[in-house]
Design a protein around this ligand. Structure first.
Ligand SMILES: [Zn+2]
Length: 514
């Protein structure tokens, strides 16, 4: 069931002959859920799925691409949203310091039930640590796991373990992950574990092996994992590559997919008699939107949907599993714009993104130091859009050191400059469209404050009271209730926190902490 993945042959058929060149030599994973037979779990489970920076605009675009471009009857996500057995609500996301949160306090709200300030992990602005759901359930015999496409030391997974006052202290967060010893830790971020790249020269890769972990490197190693021990794998120096790049660039074939990491994590965790709590994060939907890279955001959301298909297969064998699917915040005002007369070109404009074969991140690496003519060629090769000479000059200018085109306080780097150019369509008064490009519009390169969709299904999903607007802190109580623990963390008001926050930032008359 839940077979929503694509194999190589299907992908080529659905995308048409034009895709052949694009995918030649590329590695596509087999159907995400095909062949995923899970054994019966030894205890109840909770899978907390995060699409980082995944507002409704990008999930709808993913569903339309899924069904209209890839020819699938449905997406796993929308199938669950429609299902009468699911609970669907909204979640407010503001942090202690701002109505617009970053990933750190958003994930802390889930893990501790308390609001802290932007950039803070599980600690209040005055330094008091907050006890996380992982710390509460582990002593009760519940197995814990973190799986992500970002560095495992990045804010969303870190907030369930780390008590750093600044999310950027990733070397320290890596050491905290080792000290906590989750049963599964899979994602990117090797640079924060490797003695050669850590500031203090500590070899945390060796330390995880010494602590009894099965340490896997690469997709093949992950597939061959025996599952008897705790599982550790960091498959890239920094974040894993975008799904779009992993599909199209053979040099990235050793990086496992999110569905593959999730399947391996579920096999390991479900063997624990005391049950398990697993956070799974599609962490780079957010990064793509910061770059105004619509197609990469859509494709990373497709990968999240493939992951939900794997979880469907797990649920079929393990109905005693609760699944929560949500996001920590919006990003960049993500929206599919109406295009053309009476918006009738909107569908064609959205599906035309399918020509894209590389993320802006990968594309910009190739454009470094190149002139406008080469930039034009590279852009049309990677996106399927022919940009004009003037637009190519804009991109070249944006790549100069020290360049900062700002609109208000939004800085458009080369990636977002590219995003703006590609979101532009031109319709002359008379005659057909001269340019019809992808139609995802962005209002900024920053996070946004809208409420996020909160989807719950599986074990007890209808009993949790999540079918309404809740605050993000409510999910801490939900998880505590599910595992039969109760805990109240200390909290602060903004007035109490303000002096601590002001003491941490350099004096700047432009800053307001309202
Ligand atoms: Zn985030």
């Amino acid at each position: 069931m839940g077979d929503t993945g694509l194999d190589r042959r299907e992908m080529l058929r659905l995308l048409g002959a034009g895709a052949l060149a694009a995918l030649a030599g590329g590695v596509l994973p087999a159907s995400a859920a095909a062949g995923q037979d899970f054994e019966r779990a030894k205890g109840p489970g909770l899978i907390f799925v995060v699409g980082d920076g995944m507002p409704a605009g990008v999930t709808r675009a993913m569903h339309e691409v899924r069904t209209r471009v890839f020819g699938r009857p449905d997406s796993a996500y929308y199938s669950r949203l429609r299902n009468a057995g699911s609970s669907v609500g909204l979640m407010a996301t503001q942090s202690l310091s701002s109505i617009v949160t970053d990933s750190a306090p958003a994930s802390v709200a889930w893990s501790t039930g308390v609001k802290t300030a932007n950039r803070y992990l599980a600690v209040l602005p005055d330094g008091r640590p907050l006890t996380t759901i992982f710390e509460l359930v582990k002593p009760r015999g519940v197995a814990t796991g973190l799986v992500t496409t970002t560095r495992v030391t990045h804010a969303t997974p870190a907030a369930w373990v780390s008590h750093q006052p600044h999310r950027d202290a990733e070397d320290e967060i890596a050491a905290e992950l080792l000290a906590f010893r989750p049963d599964v830790l899979l994602g990117g971020g090797r640079n924060h574990f490797d003695a050669k790249t850590r500031k203090d020269g500590r070899d945390l890769l060796a330390a995880f092996a010494q602590a009894g972990y099965e340490c896997v490197s690469g997709r093949a190693g992950l597939k061959a994992a025996t599952g008897g021990k705790s599982l550790f794998g960091v498959f890239a120096g920094s974040h894993l590559a975008y799904y779009l790049d992993r599909l199209n660039d053979p040099s990235l074939a050793a990086q496992p997919s999110l569905p593959e990491m999730t399947a391996a994590a579920l096999r390991r965790l479900s063997a624990n008699p005391g049950g398990f709590l697993l956070q799974v994060e599609a962490g780079r939907i957010d990064h793509a939107s910061h770059s105004n890279d619509a197609w990469s955001a859509i494709m990373d959301t497709v990968e999240l949907d493939d992951t939900l298909a794997v979880i469907d297969a797990f649920l079929a064998a393990n109905p005693q599993t609760l699944v929560l699917v949500t996001s920590d915040h919006g990003n960049s005002g993500w929206g599919v714009n109406g295009t053309g007369p009476n918006y009738n070109d909107a569908t064609a404009a959205l599906t035309s993104y399918r020509a894209g074969t590389a993320s802006f991140e990968a594309l910009i690496k190739k454009m470094k130091g190149k002139g406008a003519a080469e930039v034009r060629e590279l852009v049309s090769g990677a996106t399927g859009y022919a940009i004009g000479a003037e637009d190519a000059e804009r991109v070249v200018r944006a790549m100069q050191p020290g360049y900062a085109l700002t609109t208000g306080d939004y800085v458009y780097q080369p990636d977002a400059t590219l995003g703006q150019i590609l979101a532009h369509s031109a319709y002359p008064k008379n005659g057909p469209a001269t340019i019809r490009r992808g139609n995802v519009g962005f209002t900024s390169c920053n996070h946004t404050a809208e409420d996020m969709t909160l989807l719950a299904y599986g074990h007890k999903a209808k009993e949790l009271g999540l079918d309404r607007l809740v605050d993000n802190t409510a999910l801490f109580k939900t998880m505590c209730g599910y595992f039969g623990v109760s805990h109240k963390n200390p909290s602060m008001t903004l007035a109490e926190a303000r002096p601590h926050l002001l003491a941490q930032i350099p004096a700047d008359p432009r800053l307001h902490i309202a």
